[in-house]
Design a protein around this ligand. Structure first.
Ligand SMILES: [Zn+2]
Length: 297
C-alpha cells in the first residue's frame, strides 16, 4: 500500500491487520528500556506530523539505539488517504475514541490496536498540526500529573500548554493510566511545513539524546508552562487581517488583528499568542486566535 511508497526506508514494519485492505504499520527500532512510542496522522489531514515521524524513522534507522522506539507514521490510514480529520469510513475522530474497542467500528478498532502498543510505552509523543499559524507547542496535562510535567519539560519544546483534558484522546487516556504522554502541535496541516518539521525533528532527536537512547551530547533546553488556551472569536463577518505573529508575548488589550474596515480584535489576557488565523474570510464566531497565560511552578 501507500505506506511503503511514502517511507524511503528498508526497515520492515510490524503489520497489524484491521480488516481487508486496512492495516497499521508499526516501525520498531532498538530494544529494551526506555520505550518510546511516537504516533502521527491520527488526524488524516495533518501532514507535517507524518513527515516528522518518517524523517525521524529514517535517521534513527541508521543509528545505534540504547532503548526502543516504535513509530507509527500513519495512525489513521483511511483518513490520511482522504486527507480528512475524521475517518471517511465511519465519520469518527480517532482522537476521541481511545482506548478503543476491538469489536467496534473501524476507527474504534484502529484505536484499540494503537492502544495495545501505547500501553507498553514509557513515553508517548503524538504529533499533530494546527490549522492556524502557530509555533510548535506541547499540549499536556501538566497541572494534573507530575510525571507529565517532568516529561514535557524534558522534551525541550519551548512552550508547554495545558490541555483541556478532553477524554478519548490518546495522550489524555495514557496520562490517566500513568504513562507520560503529550501532543506536539505544529504548523502545517494539509501541507508539509518544512521549517516546523525540522524544528520538531531536532527537538525530538535532542530529547532522545537526553534520555540516552541516542548517543551524543544533548543541548540544554528551557521551556515555559502555560495554562489552557483562551480562544478568541471573530466579532463579525469579513476579512481577518492578523497584526501579530504567532509566538508573540501579548498583554491585555494588545491588538491581535482586525476585520478589514471594521472591528479591532484585542487580546483579553496577557500571555503567549499560541496561534493566529492567516488573512482569510471569517464569519462571526469563528476562532481567529488563541492566547495562553504563563504559569509559575
Ligand atoms: Zn490533530
Amino acid at each position: 500500500m501507500y505506506h511503503h511508497m511514502l517511507i524511503g526506508t528498508n526497515i520492515e514494519p510490524e503489520v497489524s491487520r484491521i480488516e481487508n485492505g486496512l492495516s497499521l504499520h508499526f516501525y520498531k527500532l532498538g530494544e529494551g528500556k526506555p520505550r518510546i512510542f511516537i504516533t502521527s496522522g491520527i488526524h488524516g489531514d495533518e501532514q507535517t506530523g507524518v513527515y516528522v515521524a518518517e524523517d525521524l524513522l529514517q535517521r534513527l534507522g541508521k543509528m545505534e539505539l540504547f532503548g526502543s522506539i516504535t513509530i507509527l507514521p500513519v495512525a489513521n490510514p483511511p483518513a490520511f488517504r482522504c486527507k480528512t480529520r475524521i475517518s471517511p469510513l465511519d465519520g469518527l475522530d480517532l482522537n476521541r475514541v481511545f482506548p478503543g474497542n476491538s469489536e467496534g467500528t473501524v476507527t474504534e478498532r484502529l484505536a484499540a490496536e494503537i492502544w495495545e502498543q501505547a500501553r507498553q510505552a514509557d513515553y508517548i509523543i503524538d504529533l499533530h498540526c494546527c490549522e492556524y499559524d502557530c509555533v510548535p507547542y506541547v499540549l499536556a496535562l501538566h497541572r494534573e500529573f507530575s510525571y507529565v510535567r517532568t516529561f514535557s519539560y524534558k522534551l525541550g519544546i519551548p512552550h508547554i500548554i495545558e490541555s483541556t483534558g478532553l477524554r478519548g484522546q490518546l495522550f489524555v487516556e495514557a496520562s490517566h493510566e500513568g504513562i507520560p504522554a503529550v501532543i506536539i502541535e505544529m504548523r502545517g496541516s494539509r501541507y508539509i511545513d518544512l521549517q516546523s518539521a525540522v524544528q520538531v525533528r531536532e527537538v525530538l532527536l535532542n530529547f532522545l539524546t537526553t534520555l540516552g537512547l541516542v548517543q551524543g551530547r544533548a543541548l540544554e533546553s528551557k521551556s515555559e508552562f502555560y495554562g489552557r488556551i483562551t480562544e478568541i472569536k471573530s466579532p463579525a463577518n469579513g476579512v481577518f487581517i492578523p497584526k501579530l505573529l504567532c509566538g508573540a508575548e501579548v498583554n491585555e488589550e494588545t491588538l491581535l488583528g482586525e476585520i478589514r474596515g471594521g472591528s479591532k480584535i484585542h487580546s483579553p489576557i496577557s500571555g503567549l499568542l499560541v496561534y493566529i488565523e492567516k488573512p482569510a474570510y471569517v464569519f462571526k464566531g469563528d476562532k481567529v486566535a488563541g492566547v495562553a497565560a504563563k504559569l509559575k511552578y
